[in-house]
Design a protein around this ligand. Structure first.
Ligand SMILES: [Zn+2]
Ligand SMILES: [Zn+2]
Length: 364
């Protein structure tokens, strides 16, 4: 028995599609058959050489599959059994550093990952871009009954990313709720999930800001929960600023989540926040350059900045609970996926880079 995998051959080089022998399951691991594996913005950054990654390797960190091989007793300790739909969380915090010891394992300074194993040594298939995946049982979570695994894959990493940022804002003293005027900048997968999640948290008013005007996305974003969808291209930055600053009796928004990754989003976000506003910034996930800001705005508005890069397995659990508790959202979420076979990985990347899809998934 063999399984296909898309192998990263280096920056800006097409992926190769190779077949690997399906091997025995190493102790402590689960073997899963691919259901859907997300192409993340991070993977695009790796492909373009903006994030370092060794080659050849199997990248992909948003794997959802069906557990088909494991030691039943070992698996039971993690609430798992063969036949379960599972999601893999690749993060392996060290448990020893200052951050881990103080409850911040998402920001572990010695973070390991489960998907970087050597593809020349059995069981070869640690990364997400493969028809079969081997992940330690410690890093597999059961997808609850009634939750669609393909819908789960759509926001496999954007979901926990946003949830972690919101949790950090709570830790800093701001709880998003019924009085909140919120803004989401950037309307890719992270932004789409942020819209959906903030609405579910009951915000009073929700603005979604994208760079370009895409009429077909406006309806979708409203379905996910945006009250107003604005675009820099059509509405212009000044009109957007004026509109949002009119909220809260002329003070501006309470919370802004930066999901665009565009440095130019940051000064705009600072401008539209009210005094003591909360700016959650999970979106700047590679070096896209610098931007001029006025530090005095931070001081005089007493802004709260919440940076957030990784998430912990706890955030993945919250994400799965969220999908389980909001079954009515699953069809809309699933409709965001465009699926490609693993062997069609290069077309998937071309389309993802061209911005054709909201979420690109590899499937069997
Ligand atoms: Zn991701
Ligand atoms: Zn650590």
């Amino acid at each position: 028995m063999k399984a296909k995998a898309a192998v990263f051959e280096g920056a800006n080089v097409p992926f190769s599609v190779r077949e690997f022998e399906i091997t025995d399951v190493p102790k402590g691991y689960g073997k899963s058959e691919l259901i859907a594996s997300g192409v993340c913005g991070t993977d695009v950054h790796i492909f373009k050489g903006r994030l370092a990654m060794g080659a050849p390797s199997i990248i992909g960190h948003e794997f959802v599959g069906k557990l088909t091989g494991c030691d039943p007793e070992e698996a039971a300790r993690f609430g798992l059994k063969e036949g379960d739909n599972v999601i893999a969380d690749i993060a392996v915090p060290c448990g020893k550093c200052l951050l881990c010891r103080t409850g911040d394992d998402a920001n572990c300074v010695n973070m390991g990952v489960t998907n970087e194993g050597d593809i020349t040594v059995p069981p070869y298939l640690y990364g997400g871009y493969a028809e079969v995946n081997y992940t330690p049982l410690t890093n597999l979570l059961k997808i609850p009954e009634g939750v669609d695994p393909v819908a789960t894959a759509v926001f496999a990493c954007p979901g926990p990313t946003v949830i972690h940022g919101v949790r950090l804002a709570e830790q800093a003293g701001y709880t998003i709720g019924g009085e909140t005027v919120a803004v989401v900048q950037g309307l890719g997968p992270v932004g789409c999930f942020a819209v959906m999640y903030l609405k579910a948290l009951g915000v009073k008013k929700l603005f979604a800001i994208g760079a370009r005007s895409k009429p077909e996305r406006t309806g979708l974003l409203k379905k996910l929960g945006a009250d107003e969808v604005l675009s820099l291209e059509k509405d212009g930055e000044n009109a957007i600023k004026a509109k949002i600053l009119a909220e809260n009796g002329g003070l501006g928004a309470d919370v802004c989540i930066e999901c665009s990754g565009a440095p130019s989003a940051v000064p705009l976000g600072m401008d539209i926040l009210r005094n003591r506003g909360v700016y959650i910034i999970p979106g700047q996930y590679s070096d896209s350059g610098s931007v001029k800001i006025d530090p005095q705005t931070i001081t005089f508005k007493a802004l709260r900045f919440i940076g957030s890069s990784q998430y912990s397995i706890k955030d993945v659990r919250i994400y799965l609970e969220f999908l389980k508790n909001r079954p009515e959202l699953q069809p809309a979420v699933k409709s965001l996926a465009t699926c490609y076979k693993v062997s069609d990985v290069n077309r998937a990347f071309d389309d993802a880079i061209a911005g054709k899809n909201v979420k690109t998934l590899l499937v069997k």
